[in-house]
Design a protein around this ligand. Structure first.
Ligand code: NAP
Length: 338
């Protein structure tokens, strides 16, 4: 597919961006500063100009390291980060907190600006809505940050279409970030149609199903203690074995088409709508090159449709998140579901 830029607000983004979370946190140990610089350097060289981070990724480590690494390329890339979710330490250890109050958004944004070492954040998201603060107040706080020149646009993450519309009515939303991939189709129900109608970008996160569908996750028995995937049902018995079969069938399909699973997954998510851009994560230079090669590949509609019939919400086994935790706000379990 010949990939054209897609506007995120006024910014012409390469629709394949880079999710930086796993360079600090989530699926393994944090990468060294030198390695993060190498990843960012190659990403920019390959045309990536849309970088995703968050205050909570490594408790500031990801923003700090990204800030250093992008300094030579600042004018070429959009930096997108998130607030409203932070970690504190007390006698119980590490506690993460979701808080969407305007004063928290303002102070989180100041902290992110400092860690990133930039004057302005291109896209600033509320990482999770606390469902207590009126979403209109969140939108108002974001509008104030835009007026103050601290951020260029704002977004929300993992909210419903109704909430998205309420925020948009208060101040136009630039983007919503939601999990979207062959095996997670939730945005198709209402969020994606709303994005198309309102000219909001859908930033599809975890396009590889947290690495699994691209052969980028270890056997669950080898997950590290803090690996976010440990509590996700799709990585647990009896679902995991069923999902392995789907992944292997996908590989048969992609190999016959001269692709890798990762390339098909990126081509598929971008083909769903011109309103979609995606932010695959990687810590490996060879994976980054493989992923960016998708830009120059021609993937037929027939192959994409076959993949979609093979892996979808009806064929995947297990919920995306632990059902006990789903919907809880302000608890460690919920916050582990990043
Ligand atoms: N808004 C939110 O709440 C939220 C939640 C989750 C994630 N995100 C954002 O979305 C980004 C991406 O999501 P994600 O990292 O969760 O999941 P993902 O992009 O679906 O998968 C990342 C995993 O895929 C592996 N991978 C990458 N390229 C590969 C390739 N070509 N072949 C095989 N494996 C490959 C990576 O392993 P290697 O490191 O070994 O390449 C990594 O562990 C994050 O970095 C973050 O910025 C946002």
């Amino acid at each position: 597919m010949a990939i054209q830029t897609r506007n995120v607000g006024a910014f012409p983004a390469n629709p394949i961006g880079l999710g930086c979370m796993s360079l600090s946190f989530g699926y393994g140990p944090a990468s060294s500063s030198q390695h993060i610089k190498s990843v960012i350097e190659l990403a920019v060289d390959l045309g990536v100009n849309f970088l995703d981070t968050a205050a909570v990724y490594g408790d500031g480590h990801n923003e700090t390291e990204l800030g250093k690494a992008i300094a030579p390329y600042r004018s070429q890339v959009a930096i997108c980060t998130k607030g409203g979710m932070t970690a504190t330490y007390n006698e119980k250890g590490r506690q993460r907190k979701i808080d969407s109050r305007p004063e928290v958004i303002r102070s989180n944004c100041e902290d992110s600006l400092k860690r990133l070492g930039v004057d302005v954040i291109d896209l600033y998201y509320l990482h999770r809505w606390d469902k207590v603060t009126p979403i209109e107040d969140v939108a108002g706080a974001m509008a104030d940050l835009i007026t103050a020149g601290k951020i260029k646009g704002y977004g929300l993450s993992e909210v419903s279409a109704t909430t998205l519309r309420q925020a948009h009515n208060t101040h136009p939303v630039t983007a919503i970030q939601s999990e979207y991939s062959l095996w997670t189709r939730n945005p198709e129900i209402a969020v994606l149609p709303s994005c198309e109608e309102l000219d909001i970008t859908l930033v599809a996160f975890s396009p590889f199903g947290r690495g699994f569908l691209a052969y980028g996750s270890p056997d669950p028995s080898e997950f590290e203690e803090k690996d976010l995937r440990r509590v996700m049902p799709r990585f647990q018995a009896p679902y995991y074995e069923k999902n392995l079969l789907l992944r292997n069938q996908l590989k048969d399909l992609t190999e016959a088409a001269g692709l890798t699973n990762a390339q098909l997954l990126l081509a598929w998510v971008l083909q769903q709508s011109p309103s979609v851009v995606t932010i695959p994560g990687t810590t490996r230079l060879e994976h980054l090159s493989e992923n960016m090669k998708t830009q120059s590949l021609n993937v037929s509609n027939q192959v994409l449709e076959e993949a979609s019939r093979l892996i979808n919400q009806h064929t995947v086994a297990g919920e995306r998140y632990d059902s006990v935790a789903t919907g809880q706000v302000g608890t460690e379990r919920f916050q582990d579901q990043l």
